[in-house]
Ligand binder design. Structure first.
Ligand code: NDP
Ligand code: DGY
Length: 314
């Protein structure tokens, strides 16, 4: 008999068809009264297909589903899942690491290049007919500049690799020193002070919440740029707005925000900000691989095989 899976958001069409060929799928995002649907099927639901951009899986949802066995996340970040609540019930959690590393690092570089060299600004400059009246203000050179990476994990390391190819000096901050040929800082403020670009590539969640605040942005200084492809929660967005308004920093390239899909109104008017709508991993190839990995984890679990990419609950 097919197991019942609660899907919070859709996968790409092909993967959605595949998941529906294996499971009974409750498409929660299509339900007019999601709470009532959850209650109606609470005894049937054995798996949740969650996504990085869904409201997430809170302890109240986990507690409401007595037969829940697995939460399979579409995304490497799982800060939207109450991991402790899952651990208490011995519920497996999986995510989609590695396959999205290159695309997300490319997105960081797209932001870095665009903010430093005024790429997006230059495009708008031509389209609104301003070239005839003068030149675009000059950008900032990348070669020889220092990039401070917060979180030298998989994506952080891929960004480091790309930055080196651009002739940049790479340093990093994190919980622990790695066996790599880059300077390590155990103090974020000191690294911000020494960096021209501060690139956020750490995980989200309570441990990194608001670690980028006005103090850190002041250390980054008026020639420094902030790039965030991690999570909006890592940055105190009000402090960032103040820093941008007062030119405490030179600019910011952002893919993620505190309250997605809402972006602070004030930022929309700022030339010194490049905004992307959380597209770090958003290529057809990668999103398809992510969907397949979600399905493979669900199948492995229900077939009693080892999970492909389990999140280790502590
Ligand atoms: P990894 O687990 O490989 O790396 C996470 C890094 O964060 C590690 O270096 C880890 O440090 C560091 N970290 C964790 N907690 C802290 C802390 N308290 N202070 C400083 N550093 C910390 O994951 P990935 O590189 O694959 O992904 C990183 C994050 O990027 C994801 O969690 C997700 O939020 C985000 N992401 C965003 C995307 C987008 O579309 N914009 C796409 C994909 C991912 P340590 O090495 O010591 O463990
Ligand atoms: C993730 O994987 O965590 C992203 O935010 C989307 O790919």
């Amino acid at each position: 008999m097919k197991k019942t899976i609660l899907a919070l958001r859709p996968l790409l069409a092909e993967e959605m068809d595949e998941v529906e060929s294996h499971f009974n799928v409750i498409r929660l995002w299509e339900e007019k009264e999601p709470e009532a649907t959850l209650m109606r099927y609470k005894n049937n639901i054995q798996g949740i297909l969650s996504t990085y951009n869904s409201t997430g899986v809170r302890s109240s949802t986990i507690d409401a589903l007595p037969n829940l066995e697995i939460i399979a996340q579409f995304g490497v970040g799982y800060d939207n899942i109450d991991i402790q609540a899952a651990a208490r019930r011995n519920i497996a959690v999986t995510n989609t690491p590695d396959i999205l590393t290159a695309d997300t690092a490319d997105t960081a570089m797209m932001l870095l290049l665009n903010i430093a060299r005024r790429g997006v600004e230059g495009d708008v400059f031509i389209r609104v007919g301003r070239w005839q009246s003068g030149a675009l203000p000059l950008g900032s050179c990348l070669t020889g500049k220092t990039v401070g990476i917060v979180g030298l994990g998989k994506i952080g390391s891929a960004i480091a690799h790309r930055c080196r190819a651009f002739g940049m000096n790479v340093v990093y901050y994190g919980r622990s020193k790695k066996d790599v040929d880059c300077k390590f800082y155990d103090d974020l403020k000191s690294m911000a002070k020494d960096s021209d670009f501060l690139v956020l590539a750490c995980s989200g969640g309570p441990d990194t919440e608001n670690i980028i605040n006005l103090d850190i942005l002041e250390a980054l200084g008026p020639k420094g740029f902030l790039i965030n492809i991690a999570r909006g929660s890592v940055v105190n967005e009000e402090d960032l707005l103040i820093a941008l308004q007062n030119r405490t920093i030179a600019g910011a390239g952002l893919d993620v925000y505190a309250n997605e899909p809402n972006v602070p109104e004030e930022m929309l008017k700022m030339d010194q900000v490049v905004l992307l709508p959380h597209i770090g991993s958003a290529t057809t190839e990668t999103r398809s691989k992510m969907g397949k990995l979600v399905i493979d984890n669900l199948l492995a679990h229900f077939e009693g095989k080892p999970l492909l990419t389990p999140v280790h609950l502590s």
